[in-house]
Ligand binder design. Sequence first.
Ligand SMILES: NC(=O)c1ccc[n+]([C@@H]2O[C@H](COP(=O)([O-])OP(=O)(O)OC[C@H]3O[C@@H](n4cnc5c(N)ncnc54)[C@H](OP(=O)(O)O)[C@@H]3O)[C@@H](O)[C@H]2O)c1
Length: 486
Amino acid sequence: MPTPPPEPHLFVVFGATGDLMQRKLLPVLYSLQASGKMPEGSRILGVARRPLTDASFRALCTSALQAAKSGSDKLIQSFVQERLFYQSVPTEATADFVALRQRVEQIEKASGLSGNRIFYLALPLEAFGPTITGLGEAKLNPAPGWTRLVIEKPFGRDLASAQALNTLVHRYFDEGQVYRIDHYLGKETVQNLLVFRFANMFIESLWSRERIDHVTITVAESLGLEDRAQYYESAGALRDMVQNHVTQILTLVGMEPPGSRDEDSIRNEKVKVLQSIVRLGPHDVVRGQYTSGTTAGQPVPGYRQEPGVNPQSDTETFVAIRLKIANWRWQDVPFFLRTGKRMPVKTTGVTLTFKAPPVTFFQTAEEYRSNPDRISILIQPDEGFELAFEVKVPGREMRVQTHRMKFHYADVFGPLPDGYETLLDDVILGDPTLFVRADEVEESWKLYDPILKSPPPLAFYPAGTWGPDAAQTLVQEWGQRWYYVT
Ligand SMILES: NC(=O)c1ccc[n+]([C@@H]2O[C@H](COP(=O)([O-])OP(=O)(O)OC[C@H]3O[C@@H](n4cnc5c(N)ncnc54)[C@H](OP(=O)(O)O)[C@@H]3O)[C@@H](O)[C@H]2O)c1
């Protein structure tokens, strides 16, 4: 069925002066408008506490769009002057949100909009609750048209806070109106995991305990803290990366074929994966923190020496986890997940390693195990697939060599859209498939809550390495090793 065209709306961004809006959302909104995906007549209202005028907000946004090289100065000016507005909401008081509602209604009337509203919360976690309450109490929802509420990550700090936030959201919004964002789900390669698996019979027939020996998921950053000490000190890698991005990739790798392409069929299958994971014990998790070291040939300080970080900080910058999914497809197949800052390279990918042939004529079992056949999905920075398989080296001798066959998206399709662009387009079209449902976010927190409540002690690793030794032991104890692809 063709997607219905997008409808004109007012796009309200809370946290409009912040990093996410200025660096990411604004260029994406500009790009959606330039490509005709944001309908004529739509307007963008920036909201934050600080007292800006429309003019000073437009000046701020002009600089951000120029810095992002979004378009010519003339086009940027026409976008900014025609589409952008600003309203300060200085406190959590209902009166401030009533003033916001009056401004929303005034812009809608002046722009001929019929009352379709998107509220995007690009706010710190502690501001989600008061803002949702403010929207509800000031009757910004229900609107004369449709309303969509987009909530940034992290959705809660643990299971209890995520449940409380869901309860609050549902006091004022139906679940069908809510779009919990995980920008990894907007990446083409993450979405293509579904196509790769369920549109290619030969792939799907390999995708189970019959053929797969183990699975590794790596989300590695080479960067360190990058001025985000305040946020990161209260989050750490488990909350910042594992509970959301890494777990979302895990569910897409592990899920069963959905009954159809609709949003609930897909999300139901993802939830079932989370419900089938064997509860983690303290020995299944390694928490690490980087010390001083070298990345890209440059000496870098340790985490505890970064500006704004407590010199005794217990925050983890690395997590490795081993787990099993107890169902018919994956019983006894180890899944190894790891993420960290200050890793040797920036790479996100999944590798499924095949079992050894039952009889190995051409290599010893040890030789096979040192370089087994595998399928890798590269999610970033170089999106694509890679198949590592054995070939005979030409000549009289029977020598076998592992060959790597690669498919790079960019070679075939050119540059890919930013994950945020895909997701914002989906919000505008009203398609929640790539957003995280309430039960999904709670199941994910359930998995990690015991670790958050009773975290294993930190192990340390020099910046520029693949994490602490304990992360190697974690996989070796189950007879495996880590793989990554670049
Ligand atoms: N930056 C990224 O690349 C990125 C990536 C993924 C997810 N996120 C998520 O996006 C959200 C925003 O991140 P950010 O990096 O843009 O943060 P930020 O740079 O600190 O900006 C926060 C914004 O929220 C407003 N704000 C701060 N405290 C507030 C409060 N108590 N009540 C109301 N408004 C408040 C700030 O303006 P005023 O001080 O004027 O109110 C500012 O506009 C966070 O949930 C973050 O986890 C960010």
